[in-house]
Design a protein around this ligand. Structure first.
Ligand code: NI
Length: 152
């Protein structure tokens, strides 16, 4: 496994639409493993493949309840809304208030290529929406209502 450099805002790959994974190969497993290691190393709660320079629809999330690996994730339903603070490993030192759906149902392939459905609420629902946005070249600063400097 390897820790990758996380790409910062300003680089074109963060603005591209990532490509669907055609089949879940050992290379995708390696990508998932490296993404998880990179996310944990950076102390993030989510990471999308474009953030390490790979334009594929692959996401890892861990908000403290264990690792979730998503391949070709799609949001099936959204319910309610909630505004909360968000940050991004690709946009250091900035936080923003972002309105997201409170509950989502997401469909994605897992690492075995099995189609799964995830019902999520609160922080993890926010992480799903933030990371899936990355796959379409959308960053939280594009949708934030208010942006401010992060205080350490
Ligand atoms: Ni992000």
């Amino acid at each position: 496994m390897a820790v990758y450099r996380i790409i910062n805002i300003g680089e074109d790959i963060l603005r591209e639409k990532a490509k669907e994974v055609k089949s879940v190969t050992p290379n995708i497993h390696k990508l998932l493993d490296n993404m998880a290691e990179t996310m944990y190393d950076a102390e993030g709660v989510g990471l999308a493949a474009p953030q390490i320079g790979v334009p594929k629809r692959v996401v890892v999330i861990d908000v403290g309840d264990g690792l979730v690996e998503l391949i070709n994730p799609v949001i099936l339903t959204k319910e309610g809304d909630e505004t909360d603070q968000e940050g991004c490993l690709s946009i250091p030192n900035v936080v923003g208030e972002v309105k997201r759906a409170k509950k989502v149902v997401v469909q994605a392939l897992d690492r075995d290529g099995v189609l799964m459905e995830y019902e999520a609420e609160g922080l993890i629902a926010r992480a799903f929406q933030h990371e899936i946005d990355h796959l379409d070249g959308i960053l939280f600063v594009d949708v934030a209502e208010k942006i401010s400097e992060k205080k350490n």
